[in-house]
Design a protein. Structure first.
Length: 413
């Protein structure tokens, strides 16, 4: 019995050791990004503080560094990409890191509220269902032809531009088969559907569609050529959660007219007054991505609104530190700095919109909004005067806490 007990104890000890090693390995793995950018012709200090070594093959030979202590390095002028081989304890393979030497990039933090309007390409299918037909039975004309998230681009070779247009085409149908050109997961294909009559005689396909999205968000940054980034996350369909394919879109000047404060379990919201008139357009949206919406600002319009530009170097993600920071947000109309703490940094790219964890500490902002509210997405996060990221999400059960995306990830996409 004693021998069995001793063996059991050894097994338990062995499992504890293995668990500890796996935990340490995982912690080290996520302490280093898979992709790292360094500015050309600059001195950099890299401090990962993990028991590992890194080797890089360059044109002049192999460079080996100890990642358990800060590394100072000066980059050359050549724009290039290297692979860094990281090994735990100098032996165990940990990961391959792509190191890109890039040109210096400047941007101006804005933090102003904007009205956002995007039009989908064609119309987007948000649901496929059924309806009662002439005989009272269930009809499902589109059940095997269309799926949630499809984009309908053409109706019998006619380009589709709006929900109204498509609905009218279907209503005028008299039970004839229709050929639709659709896009599904980036692939364009044709499907055939025969609309059926409802009990009132109106012909339907049994689908719900959407052709636009609109709301209030925050303009994050603009570079010296007028290229802007906003939101820090993409615009997704409210019902399906699917990123909306962009036909075209615009940014509008807006005025904040109300704030619904956040509370535990209930995210607040900025209410903006938006006049969707062409004279109020301040920019064109050309991309809707998981990293934000991007496009070109009308710099003359922006100047007329009295918005000043202050171009600064961006902060690369490995240079962001835990502790005091600020967010620039237009909750009171004009952009204003509010104090926050950066409480966690996740360098790995898997959580692109949650690379930073922040906590609002500014009593004025907490009193005004309760913390982070809808409409503040895109508010720039600054540390030591440099742009490090943008607010993306709020924790519903604690609105003083939320997430942010690294600014270099926004600019890269």
């Amino acid at each position: 019995m004693k021998k069995c007990g001793k063996c059991f104890g050894i097994i338990i000890l062995f499992l504890i050791m293995i668990s500890g090693l796996l935990f340490a390995y995982t912690a080290c793995y996520y302490s280093i990004p898979s992709h790292m950018r360094l500015l050309a012709e600059k001195e950099h200090e890299i401090d990962f503080e993990i028991p590992a070594s890194a080797s890089i093959e360059t044109s002049t030979g192999k460079v080996i560094a100890n990642l358990n202590q800060p590394i100072k390095m000066v980059t050359g002028s050549k724009i290039s990409t290297y692979e860094m081989d990281v090994r735990l304890l100098g032996i165990i393979p940990l990961k391959k890191v792509e190191v890109a030497i890039v040109e210096e990039q400047k941007a101006s933090a804005l933090g102003i509220p904007v009205g956002i309007f995007i039009k989908t390409k064609g119309v987007m299918v948000v649901d496929v269902g059924s309806f009662r037909g002439m005989d009272g039975g269930l009809c499902r004309p589109a059940e095997d032809a269309l799926e949630e998230g499809d984009y309908i681009l053409k109706y019998n070779d006619i380009d589709i531009h709006s929900k109204k247009q498509f609905t009218e085409f279907v209503a005028d149908n008299r039970g004839e088969m229709v050929t639709l050109l659709i896009e599904r997961d980036g692939v364009v294909q044709e499907v055939n559907i025969t609309p059926e009559p409802m009990q009132d005689g109106a012909y339907k396909m049994g689908i719900w569609i959407r052709d636009n999205a609109q709301g209030v968000g925050t303009l994050t940054i603009v570079d010296e050529e007028g290229n802007f980034g906003a939101l820090g996350h993409g615009i997704a369909d409210a019902d399906t959660g699917i990123l909306m394919g962009l036909g075209h879109g615009s940014l509008y000047d807006t005025t904040i007219v109300g704030i619904r404060k956040s509370a535990d379990g209930l995210p607040g919201e900025l209410t903006g007054m938006i006049d969707y008139d062409d004279t109020n357009i301040i920019g064109e949206i050309v991309r809707n991505t998981e990293y934000g919406v991007f496009g070109q600002l009308d710099m003359e319009k922006v100047k007329e609104l009295g918005i000043e530009m202050n171009y600064k170097d961006i902060c690369l993600k490995q240079d962001v530190k835990l502790g005091k920071a600020q967010i620039l947000s237009g909750t009171e109309g004009k952009a204003k700095l509010y104090d926050v703490n950066i409480t966690a940094i996740h360098l790995e790219d898997d959580e692109y919109s949650k690379g930073l964890e922040i906590e609002v500490t500014d009593e004025d902002l907490i009193k005004l909004t309760g913390g982070i509210v809808q409409g503040m997405s895109g508010s720039p996060i600054l540390q030591n005067g440099r742009i490090v990221g943008a607010v993306t999400h709020v924790l519903v059960n604690d609105p003083t806490r939320g997430y942010g995306i690294f600014i270099e990830n926004m600019l890269e996409h």
